[in-house]
Design a protein around this ligand. Structure first.
Ligand code: AKB
Length: 317
């Protein structure tokens, strides 16, 4: 049988797009989509789908063996904002699922593994601008702690057990097909929906909060590129800094106003402001660009144009 891929967390914002891209590239039956819920019709109906609790080691192992899987993308996680509301749940889900797949790879059931990290690994003591690959990392969110510790475990499993694990520190990801949930960067997706539906957005971050962001198409390209790269090219086995653009709520609002003149925004920062303030403004991703030729395409105005066009079309159909 040819190479078969398992996506865990396949109904979520990034997981669903990985399923779509891999099914288009490798054929629908090569990609087994799994999630704890079956709440994404496209993912469920476009090829093999199974309900899977990624915290259950025996169930994940059975799924991997039964489907003759060699590559796994673990996309299930509790993100930054939700993690602060459910700290123990976030720790348990984010770490147990990672150990399950790392151990399956160590035992030889999986050949290659993708695990997403995040800019949340950084904290208030990290240099804020052009944050380097290697720097001070003192995250102040539960989510950030799980990602930082997860990175150390990925590196450990690679150096001690030769596990072929690859990882990216995703910035905020902007997409139109599936909404994000439970993150601090979610405002940059919500704002487009509200601009079209109501002409108004009440933003939970302050006007000048600058954060690293990326369009989904770029994020998927980066993910497939790092997974396709030869093993020797992947010189960092914790996780790679990955960047495209940085902007603030004020700047994304101005970009939307170039298309929807009457769009207005107000700012009511809540607990997510503290999280955003602890993260970098911008990221230095020179290592990714150098080691496996990463290059982004979409800037803020490209993203605004695409988001408004695609969301308008979706509303009309
Ligand atoms: C979040 O906001 O929690 C995520 C992330 C940056 O990892 N989008």
């Amino acid at each position: 049988m040819s190479s078969r891929t398992l996506i865990i967390g396949a109904c979520g914002q990034i997981g669903s797009e990985i399923v779509r891209a891999l099914r288009a590239r490798d054929g629908e039956n090569s990609v087994i989509a799994t999630d704890i819920y079956d709440n994404n019709a496209e993912v469920v109906n476009s090829g093999p789908f199974e309900i899977l609790d990624a915290k259950d080691y025996v169930a994940v192992k059975d799924c991997v063996i039964r489907n003759e899987i060699d590559t796994v993308y673990l996309m299930a996680a509790i993100l930054s904002a939700k993690g602060e509301q459910y700290p123990e749940k976030a720790w348990d889900l984010n770490m147990t699922t990672l150990f399950n797949v790392l151990n399956l790879a160590k035992e030889g059931y999986i050949k290659k593994l993708f695990w997403p990290s995040s800019i949340a690994v950084f904290g208030p003591s990290t240099p804020k601008d052009n944050t380097p690959q290697r720097t001070i990392m003192e995250p102040t969110t539960v989510y950030g702690i799980t990602k930082q510790v997860g990175e150390r475990w990925c590196d450990y499993y690679h150096s001690h057990f030769k596990v072929d694990v690859r990882s990216l520190r995703y910035p905020g990801i902007i997409s139109w097909r599936t909404k994000p949930g439970g993150g601090t960067t979610d405002y940059a997706v919500e704002i487009y929906h509200k601009a079209l539906d109501d002409g108004f957005y009440e933003c939970f971050l302050s006007a000048d909060t600058e954060l690293p962001m990326m369009y989904m198409e770029d994020a998927i390209k980066a993910t497939l590129n790092i997974m396709d790269a030869p093993s020797e090219a992947i010189k960092i086995r914790s996780s790679y800094n990955l960047a495209a653009i940085s902007f603030s709520p004020k700047e994304i609002a101005a970009s939307i106003q170039r298309h929807i003149e009457n769009f207005t925004i107000e700012y009511s920062p809540d607990f997510r402001q503290n999280i955003a303030d602890s993260w970098p403004n911008s990221i230095d991703d020179a290592k990714a660009r150098d080691h496996w030729n990463w290059k982004h395409e979409f800037n803020l105005d490209d993203i605004t144009e695409e988001m408004l066009k695609k969301l308008t079309k979706t509303q009309l159909t």
